[in-house]
Design a protein around this ligand. Structure first.
Ligand code: ADP
Ligand code: MG
Length: 710
């Protein structure tokens, strides 16, 4: 087989869509803008979202008013424009051996009148509508029966999503189907196989050509299923192959600092400071990290673990190893409150060890900043903790060896890239910590080239948070419960949804909520604080500080408290309008309590009228505390595009057909297969593997170096 150097095996698939008969420049522009279809390839891989069975023909006598789209076959009779001027419509009849049914058009009357041929046999496709006592078909699709025969595989009919703009320009699902037919007729015979024969046999994959033909024009349901399987596999396989290849190249080419020894800093921390045993999971992760640090290659590791599972401690111990080897570390947090909190925690942990920890945020004063810059460059600072301020150009290190990124999804890829420049050529080791549990399938795709460590065990002695679902009629009971808890010395969060920071309505909810809480918990017996995104950072900070100190019994808040904030004495989390939150967010919020030794509670307040989906979501929260189970459920319920935390980081490519929520098994298979092939033939040079090398970027879009985490 000939080798091509272009992205596509078939040069013709790179052709601009405007050259396809039936498209032209205007439609091409719309297709590009609305659906991202720019080339023949894009159209060919624009797959239907559903199919309608057209194998079955109904008889007129069988038609009822509540049927979905159906298909009839009969002779067209009559046909005339009727009705008063402003309510004109075109009526015709379709007759088969069992009866007649009305066909009606309200628009395009002139055109329909000219194109229909009374007396001819038609195949009619449409949705029956009841109209008083009569049933008719409104705006049915009409096909002359003797011409319909010639269609490709017309058994299951593909339907494509379109947009309002496309429909207004008459680019309907039907038109897209016609374009697909035109395209397949042109390129069908030229479509090349992308997968080696052995691989296709092993997984019983349909040839690519058949798969692409049948995905648009299925011969029958079984073949369609095979086509879908083949195309899903192909897509996931090439993505994994690409990720694994990049990981391999990087681990061969990117050298890393070697931290070979454990010295005084870590030893005295471990023996003098740490008052508890590490969990088994923490020990395992530290071993994994130490193996990376000794390997001579750069570490790129994702550390996943539920809120409170002890990730920060693992990061700190790694920073101490860096210090033991003469390197500086940096920890980057998404918000000032969090940076401050990390600073406090870490500062306390390392007190007396001779480790210099400093904080750098947007509000660090100029003079201090100048002094800090110098201290960093002279290597007098071991650990720098901060926000985005940390990646500004003036911040230079003497010997930056290790970077921790907390809650990375809030940092853009470009921002991370700037860390690169701070360690003089050799990249620092990177540990990305996240408490947003990402379903395994998604992690494999988003971070397929990273190594992943998971802390799947909570420190002992934690009582799992009890979660209750209540509706508004139980508010008095809720307030009673809150008073009891406050009487026992606990503090309480009450969180209101704030979907978009600009939504005035939401602030109204928050303000009303705050007032009603103050009414129910009046001074001087009670103190209620408030924190939300419209406050100035200093105000926010001050309010949070009061709560942390215990000055407030209740903190009314928006989701600004979602990430990280640690108030061990807060043991009740009330979430208002809980149905408006996503699962990941609910889980994050619940993670704010349950940090101390007391029994904690999460109370989900919701409307008693809930959509089935919302009810399911809240039910999952009641049933489990396991972040990974929740993430998987979230993915199943909503699809990966909606998973919070990944929206910000953005799935770096659009999947054409695979669904990470449903196709976990195929994904695993694809990854295993890719690993096996690369193990035997790392440069994909042997035999038919050349096909793989030529197609490796087929589904990896355009700017594909995203997998380099930094
Ligand atoms: P994360 O960063 O995963 O949210 P942290 O590292 O902040 O978790 O740990 C949460 C709390 O649990 C901290 O107060 C920490 O001191 C404590 N902790 C961490 N590991 C253990 C352990 N093995 N045993 C007991 N407590 C622990
Ligand atoms: Mg933490």
């Amino acid at each position: 087989m000939a080798e091509h150097n272009c992205l596509f095996m078939e040069k013709i698939l790179g052709t601009d869509i405007k050259f396809l008969p039936g498209v032209g420049p205007k439609r091409a522009e719309l297709l590009g803008k609305e659906l991202g279809i720019h080339t023949y390839f894009d159209l060919l891989y624009y797959f239907p979202y559903k199919y309608i069975d057209r194998t079955r023909f109904y008889k007129v006598a069988e038609v009822k008013g509540d049927m979905p789209h159906i298909q009839l076959r009969g002779r067209l009779e009559g046909g005339q424009v009727v009705g008063p001027p402003r309510k004109k419509r075109f009526m015709a009849l379709l007759r088969d051996e069992t009866g007649v049914i009305e066909l009606v058009w309200f628009r395009g009357l002139a055109w329909i009148k000219d194109s229909l041929k009374p007396g001819k046999e038609y195949i009619v496709f449409g949705k029956p509508t009841r109209f008083g006592s009569r049933i008719n078909l409104v705006h049915p699709e009409m096909e002359e029966a003797d011409k319909a025969e010639k269609q490709i595989n017309a058994s299951l009919q593909a339907h494509y999503s379109t947009t309002e703009k496309l429909k207004n320009s008459f680019i309907t699902s039907r038109v897209i189907r016609k374009l697909q037919a035109t395209l397949l007729k042109m390129v069908g015979s030229q479509l090349q196989e992308t997968l080696p024969a052995a691989l296709r046999q092993e997984h019983r994959l349909l040839p690519r050509r058949d798969a692409l033909l049948n995905i648009h024009f299925p011969k029958d349901a079984a073949t369609l299923e095979q086509a879908r399987f083949r195309l899903k596999f192909e897509e996931l396989f090439f993505i994994q192959l690409n990720l694994l290849m990049q990981k391999m190249v990087r681990s061969r080419q990117v050298k890393g600092f070697v931290f070979e020894k454990v010295g005084d800093y870590l030893n005295s921390f471990y023996h003098e400071k740490l008052r508890f045993e590490l969990t088994g999971a923490q020990k395992r992760v530290i071993r994994e990290i130490r193996r990376d640090l000794g390997s001579g290659r750069q570490m790129n590791r994702l550390l996943q673990g539920d809120v409170g599972s002890g990730k920060t401690l693992v990061a700190l111990m790694t920073m101490l190893i860096a210090a033991d080897n003469g390197y500086q570390s940096a920890l980057m947090a998404p918000t000032e409150i969090l940076a401050q909190q990390h600073y406090n925690t870490i500062h306390r942990w390392v007190e007396g060890l001779g480790i210099e920890v400093r904080l750098l945020t947007g509000s660090t004063k100029k003079a201090e900043r100048r002094e800090l810059h110098a201290a960093l460059q002279e290597g007098r600072v071991h650990i720098l903790i901060g926000t985005h301020a940390l990646i500004e150009d003036e911040v230079q290190f003497m010997k930056l060896g290790f970077v921790v990124i907390d809650e990375q999804h809030r940092f853009g890829v470009a921002q991370r890239a700037r860390l690169w420049e701070k360690s003089g050529g050799t990249p620092p080791h990177v540990l990305v910590m996240t408490a947003t549990p990402i379903p395994r399938t998604l992690a494999m795709t988003l971070y397929g080239d990273l190594d992943v460590s998971v802390i799947d065990e909570m420190p002992p002695g934690r009582k799992p948070v009890k979660t209750l679902l209540l509706n508004d009629s139980k508010r008095e009971r809720l307030f009673g419960f809150m008073r009891e808890q406050i009487a026992q010395g606990r503090q309480i969060f009450v969180v209101y949804p704030l979907i978009k920071e600009s939504e005035t309505m939401d602030y109204k909810d928050l303000e009303d909520g705050y007032e009603s809480i103050v009414r129910a918990f009046p001074p001087p017996d009670y103190a209620v604080g408030v924190v939300h995104g419209r406050m100035k950072p200093e105000e926010k900070d001050l309010s949070m500080k009061h709560f942390v100190k215990g000055d407030y019994h209740i903190m009314v808040a928006t989701t600004v408290i979602e990430v990280g904030v640690d108030v061990p004495n807060a043991s009740v989390m009330v979430i208002e309008s809980a149905e408006r939150f996503g699962l990941a967010q609910l889980h994050q919020l619940r993670g704010r309590v349950g940090r101390g030794a007391d029994q904690s509670y999460c109370i989900l307040m919701a409307s008693y009228k809930l959509s089935p989906e919302a009810r399911k979501r809240l039910q999952i929260m009641v049933e489990t505390n396991d972040g990974f189970k929740i993430a998987d459920a979230d993915m199943r319920l909503r699809g990966p595009g909606d998973i919070e935390g990944t929206q910000q980081s953005g799935i770096p490519f659009d999947l054409h057909i695979a669904n990470l929520g449903q196709d976990g098994q195929i994904l695993q298979m694809a990854r295993d297969t890719a690993e096996k092939i690369l193990a035997k033939d790392p440069s994909l040079a042997q035999g038919e593997n050349i096909l793989l090398r030529n197609n490796i970027r087929l589904f990896s879009g355009k700017d594909k170096d995203w997998s380099r985490i930094s």
